[in-house]
Design a protein. Structure first.
Length: 243
């Protein structure tokens, strides 16, 4: 039985997912390229007008000198999580969210970055989205207090609801109408307009899954977009939570 946040999620409930990305199992090439500083890729990147499906990428540096890139399509079809390294390689997993609890498929590619251009652009080999332009540097530090409160997302054509409660320190507890419970944290990332998301999901069928990912707030501070992958990277999920 699939867990609550990894079920089939409609576009009306989510703004996340990515369709037609790097081909599974090595379709993107995967060879090393020019040396880059992955930290310089930090930001929000968007596809050009007319590209379908419209795609947003959020890139956040990690503590190991690489960067995590979460690529999301607005038609709720697919999510891809890539690790971008200093040799320009970009490897990770692709998740077909529209297929419910689909297993992640390995993807391999390379990032081409034009960071001296104005505006800055990036592109991934084998990516049908083409070139993405930086729309936000995510340089303004996230404020922990801005995610405090009660959040909910309605999924599956109003068939299920996920509710999260966040404290002032970012501790998270939650439930879903499918019988799952959540415990974890949504913590402001240093010097970045994003939040690190980590939680355990325990469901009525006995399944337990640990998820990690990233969250971003909308301008009005009443919408929290979350993308996560399971610790073993076998599953990915996306939520659009409203306050």
């Amino acid at each position: 039985m699939p867990t609550a946040i990894a079920r089939k999620l409609p576009a009306t409930a989510l703004t996340l997912a990515l369709g037609g990305l790097l081909a599974a199992c090595g379709g993107g090439g995967g060879g090393s390229g020019p040396t880059i500083d992955p930290a310089q890729l930090k930001g929000r990147w968007v596809t050009a007008a007319g590209v379908a499906p419209a795609t947003t990428a959020v890139v956040v540096p990690d503590a190991n000198g690489a960067a995590n890139a979460w690529l999301l399509a607005q038609d709720a079809s697919r999510l891809v999580k890539l690790v971008v390294r200093s040799d320009s390689s970009a490897n990770g997993k692709s998740y077909a969210l529209g297929q419910g609890n689909a297993t992640g498929q390995a993807v391999t590619g390379q990032v081409n970055a034009a960071l001296a251009a104005s505006p800055k652009t990036i592109a991934f080999t084998g990516l049908s989205t083409g070139t993405l332009t930086q729309s936000d540097t995510l340089a303004t530090p996230a404020v922990q207090a801005e995610v405090q409160g009660n959040w909910s997302a309605t999924l599956g054509g109003n068939a299920q609801t996920v509710q999260w409660s966040l404290t002032t320190t970012g501790n998270m507890t939650g439930t879903s109408t499918t019988g799952c419970t959540y415990a974890g944290s949504v913590a402001a990332l240093a010097a970045t307009a994003a939040y690190g998301v980590s939680f355990n999901e325990s469901c009525a069928d006995g399944s337990k899954t640990t998820f990690n990912g990233v969250g971003t707030l909308n301008v009005a501070k009443n919408g929290l977009t979350v993308v996560v992958a399971s610790a073993d990277e076998s599953r990915g999920a996306a939520l659009f939570l409203a306050k």
